[in-house]
Structures are given as structure tokens and as C-alpha cells.
Write a new protein. Structure first.
Length: 301
């Protein structure tokens, strides 16, 4: 038997246990859904955790308005097929309200602006547990997270004041105003996620596979030129390349990689030999040495 399948089988059992603990310990959980591979994996795990019943909580997408169209179409279709409630809250509405200010310039992005929209949505619906697809192997700030990660009544995270999680004992007790971010695939790697997608034959957006795309090069990274969202200098030449995306965040901060991987099997092979991290193509992580940690402290996913 494929050893990767044995490993993801054990990881699947752990994640299902976490999902069941969430429903047992919290009154109003929600699954943070982006339409990316990690949140799609969470949906499959939730299906298995509560089968034959439907997923017992809604999906919440914080839409920057700058998402890849392929991802949005997939998001809507999946929610309809599953018969699960999909809640969408838009960063544009938060900008219009004056709570956050649109960035301008060469490296402008709405990625960090999602935090205010998310915190507003948590307050609006009274969610006490937000399930997300973050993994410890993604970035060093992610590695500091517990599976049940408590946020204060301002949505803030204190990396120095976290609960121990010994022997998989998950403590969901929270004070009034607090909420918890839950990470069921925290112990998975990028390769584990892809191996699971391969094993389960899970459908994912086409953007994850090699395709021809109008692109341009900036700072050694490949950016999509198919839209008016990504800022481009007049001298930055547009050229058609065969690329795919390893992560599908906000278009303004998510670069592509050259690739010929057209299916799950070739993607898995490509990742096994890759020397670049998954988030190496996310420019928002490069703003400072502690960019992710600062965003998380403010209430980011």
C-alpha cells in the first residue's frame, strides 16, 4: 500500500476527531472557506465526520473582491452541490464603511484587509469557533498555533499565552467575548493535502493545474495579467506562459509557478521535488520578517 495513503489515513482520523470535538464543545461553529485546496480538504473531512448527516455548520468566505474567478465559481458550485449554507462577506463593504483603507501602489493588496471583515462577521453571527485550513508547515507563525487557538474579545492572538494540548486533550472553554480558531489539518503538510486529494479523488479548481495564462515578471515572481487587479508597470512585458498556482489567495499577492503538472499525479510528483515553499509565491508574507505573525495578532486567519 502507498505509504503516503497510510499517513494521510492517520491524519484523517485525527482531523475527524477534531471536527467532532468542535461540534461537541461549541455552540456556533463555522468553517472558513476560500475555495482553495486546504478548505476543500476541510469540507471533505467534515463530510466524513458527520456522515450520513449534512455538515452541521455553515461555510464563511471573506471575499476580497480580488479572488481568482475560477475559485469563486468552484466555491458557489460546491456549496450548492453539498446543500450547505454559504455566507459571503465582502471586503469592499468594509472599505466603503471607512473601517479600512484601500492600499494603493505597486504592492497594494486587500489580503490584510480581510481581518476587519472577518471580525465583523464573527460578531454579526456570534460564531464561537472558526475552523480554518492553516497548517504548521506553511509559515513559522503558523507553527506556533495550537489546534484550538483562543482569540480575545478584540479577535487578537497572543502567541505567548496559549493553552497546552497534551495527549490530544482539546480545551474549548472560553470566556464571554472570546472565540477560538480551530485548525484540524494543522499537522498536515502540503504533500499530505495533495496525497489526500489524490486518494479521495477530490475535485479542485482548475487553477491548481498547468494552464496557459497571460503573465508578467516582477521581483522574480510570475503574476497574472488577465485582469485589472494586479498593478503592472508599463514596461513590465506581458507574455503567455504555462503556469499553475500552488496557493489561491488574493490575486494581488499570489504569484504563479512555471509548471507542466496537468493532473493530481504530476502535481504530487512536482511537490516532492520542489525546493520552494508553498507560500514562497505569496508576496504578502515578504513585507517583513514577521508579516504573518503581525497579521495573526490582529485577528487574521
Amino acid at each position: 500500500m502507498n505509504t503516503s495513503y497510510i499517513k494521510v489515513g492517520a491524519l484523517e482520523s485525527e482531523s475527524i476527531y477534531i471536527f467532532r470535538e468542535v461540534v461537541a464543545q461549541f455552540e456556533k461553529p463555522v468553517l472558513l472557506f476560500s475555495g482553495g485546496k486546504d478548505s476543500i480538504t476541510l469540507v471533505r473531512l467534515a463530510q466524513k465526520a458527520f456522515y450520513p448527516a449534512k455538515i452541521p455548520f455553515p461555510l464563511l468566505h471573506i471575499d476580497t473582491g480580488h479572488n481568482f474567478p475560477e475559485t469563486i465559481k468552484f466555491r458557489d458550485r460546491l456549496a450548492e452541490e453539498l446543500g450547505v449554507e454559504l455566507i459571503v462577506r465582502n471586503v469592499q463593504d468594509t472599505i466603503n464603511s471607512g473601517k479600512v483603507k484601500e492600499e494603493i501602489g505597486k504592492y497594494a493588496s486587500r489580503n490584510g484587509l480581510q481581518t476587519a471583515t472577518l471580525l465583523d462577521a464573527i460578531e454579526e453571527f456570534g460564531f464561537d469557533a472558526c475552523v480554518g485550513g492553516a497548517r504548521r508547515d506553511e509559515e513559522k507563525a503558523r507553527a506556533k498555533e495550537r489546534i484550538f487557538s483562543v482569540r480575545d474579545d478584540f479577535g487578537q492572538w497572543d502567541e505567548k499565552n496559549q493553552r497546552p494540548e497534551l495527549f490530544d486533550m482539546l480545551n474549548g472553554r472560553i470566556a464571554l467575548g472570546q472565540n477560538v480558531r480551530v485548525f484540524p489539518i494543522s499537522n498536515w503538510t502540503e504533500l499530505d493535502v495533495w496525497s489526500y486529494i489524490q486518494k479521495e479523488k477530490i475535485e479542485i479548481p482548475s487553477i491548481y493545474f498547468a494552464h496557459k495564462r497571460e503573465t508578467f515578471i516582477r521581483d522574480g515572481l510570475i503574476w497574472s495579467a488577465n485582469d485589472d487587479i494586479v498593478f503592472r508597470e508599463k514596461d513590465e512585458e506581458v507574455k503567455e506562459r504555462i503556469v499553475r498556482f500552488r496557493t489561491v489567495g488574493d490575486m494581488s499577492c499570489t504569484a504563479a509557478v512555471l509548471s507542466k503538472a496537468e493532473n493530481i499525479e504530476t502535481v504530487v510528483k512536482e511537490i516532492r521535488t520542489s525546493t520552494i515553499s508553498e507560500r514562497g509565491a505569496r508576496i504578502d508574507d515578504k513585507r517583513s520578517e514577521a508579516a504573518m505573525e503581525k497579521r495573526k495578532q490582529q485577528g487574521y486567519f
